[in-house]
Design a protein around this ligand. Structure first.
Ligand code: 6GU
Length: 268
């Protein structure tokens, strides 16, 4: 996977991406990163790439021509017109399935905006995808591009040492992950759940599945309708809806939500 990032802050991208797992993957030759400084393609003597917005209003706009020239430079490097992601809060919200799909591309270009945005005309010509990373506003597209590249990179074969972990973690199967514990058995008066020390793999698996279901109910109930529930899952959720035995704590609103969910399952 070859990443290209068009940005005003290439050093921010370079230092972030050469760290940790993405850095190791680049050293292994599984990923490459090319940053292109849009400022190097300024059409003015002073190196500026922004100007006032037509129609007035606050802030500055990145001009079409420097962005277009930076893009032509990238196209010449790659040899064809690639998929180009423009990072913008106006885009579709990024999710795991998109990461998996982008991971199948050979080349992927990211365009990071700043100020109040980029002249719409150049976006119309070069952007193939408009992506946001969530409902909050950041100062530029650099962090979002790194978020996307990190999520995409770990879906590229060979990037994760244990290839399995790319599949079974959170958001595969729409369930949040179960909690993890390591030594010591007792820490700050808090004990590791005894089932994990029992050596009974069946009970451990069941407990972890229950924890995953419980966490998803508490933190991301919107994901639960997308989870495939088997007989044992439904039995556990039924218990939560009825009595919610210790140590589980389920409020009435959550119980009502579970009853409706289980009723839909009974019908299907
Ligand atoms: Cl892609 N860009 C900016 N500037 N802010 C964001 C975003 C993108 N996604 C969420 N907030």
């Amino acid at each position: 996977m070859n990443f290209y990032v068009m940005t005003l802050f290439p050093e921010m991208i370079e230092s972030g991406m050469h760290t940790s797992i993405t850095g190791r993957a680049m050293a292994k030759g599984l990923l490459s990163l090319t940053t292109v400084n849009i400022r190097d393609f300024s059409t003015r003597g002073d190196g500026r790439i922004d100007d006032y917005p037509y129609g007035g209003g606050a802030g500055m706009v990145m001009q079409a021509e420097p962005v277009y020239r930076a893009y032509e430079h990238v196209v010449n490097c790659i040899g064809h017109r690639p998929r180009l992601v423009y990072l913008t809060p106006q885009g579709s919200v990024f999710h795991q399935q998109m990461a998996k799909e982008f991971a199948r591309e050979e080349d992927l270009v990211f365009l990071c905006g700043h100020y109040e945005g980029i002249d719409e005309r150049v976006l119309d010509e070069i952007a193939t995808d408009y992506v946001s990373i969530g409902d909050y506003v950041l100062t530029g597209g650099e962090l979002p591009s790194m978020v996307m590249m990190d999520a995409i990179a770990r879906m590229v074969p060979g990037v994760l040492s244990n290839q399995e972990s790319g599949e079974t973690e959170t958001f595969s199967g729409n369930l949040l992950e179960y909690p993890q514990y390591s030594r010591p058995e007792l820490w700050h008066d808090s004990a590791v759940p005894p089932v994990l020390l029992s050596g009974h793999h069946g009970n451990v698996d069941r407990w972890r599945r229950d924890q995953a279901l419980y966490r998803t109910l508490k933190n991301r109930p919107d994901l639960l309708p997308g989870v495939e529930l088997d007989k044992k899952d439904r039995k556990f959720l039924r218990e939560l809806a009825d009595t919610a035995p210790e140590p589980y704590s389920v409020v009435e609103e959550e119980k009502e939500f579970l009853r409706k969910l289980l009723a839909k399952h009974d019908k299907a």
